[in-house]
Design a protein around this ligand. Structure first.
Ligand code: GLN
Length: 191
């Protein structure tokens, strides 16, 4: 099994490192053809507007939804914006892989980055993990078939549907492998 990491911009290198640490081969995805070798895809944090432009330029904006018909996709931070169906406060055109709405840069300027311990419900087992939020979005609505894996002060921060995971924080920035392992297990189930 190989998992692709969208490697156009943003924090892709750390995701590749984390995958390596849990014994999974990660592939840097820079063009649509690279998806042929992957059974899952991580869309990292970065700048959602820039990521959309770059994806459109090289054909990944069409190729990723096609890939997601068969294989799971995990969006973190800007990646969570990209997998959403609706961005409330910015003219960003998301991929629409999951029926959620998001608000970009939802936590204001003074506290636009922070680290906090949160509880995530992975396969019914609550676990405490450290979550890093960097100019994070907020998930403002979830549709049918979307489950909540974690909340922080009432805000949804980690959600899941049949073939998509979205986290508003950066699991690649902490050493704890739980979140990446959870995605890998989701990919394994589809093999
Ligand atoms: N603020 C960025 C955006 O809206 C996301 C930040 C991040 O990915 N760390 O695209």
């Amino acid at each position: 099994m190989k998992i692709g990491v969208l490697a156009l911009q943003g924090d892709f290198q750390r995701h590749l490192t984390r995958l390596g640490e849990i014994g999974v081969k990660g592939i840097a995805v820079r063009k649509p053809e690279a998806l042929k070798d992957c059974q899952g895809l991580i869309i990292p944090g970065g700048e959602s507007t820039t990521l959309v432009k770059l994806m459109k330029n090289i054909g990944l904006f069409e190729a990723i939804p096609e890939f997601n018909r068969r294989w799971p996709v995990f969006g973190t931070c800007a990646g969570a914006i990209l997998v959403s169906r609706e961005v409330n406060n910015h003219p960003v055109e998301p991929l629409g892989l999951m029926d959620i709405a998001v608000q970009r840069n939802a936590y204001g300027r003074q506290i636009d980055s922070f680290v906090e311990d949160v509880t995530v419900n992975l396969a019914g087992a609550p676990q405490r993990i450290e979550a890093v939020f960097i100019r994070a979005p907020r998930i403002t609505r979830i549709g049918e078939g979307v489950e909540v894996l974690s909340r922080r002060n009432g805000d949804l921060i980690f959600v899941e549907s049949e073939r998509v995971l979205a986290a508003t924080f950066h699991p690649e920035l902490t050493a704890n492998p739980l979140v990446h392992q959870y995605f890998v297990a989701k990919v394994r189930k589809t093999l």
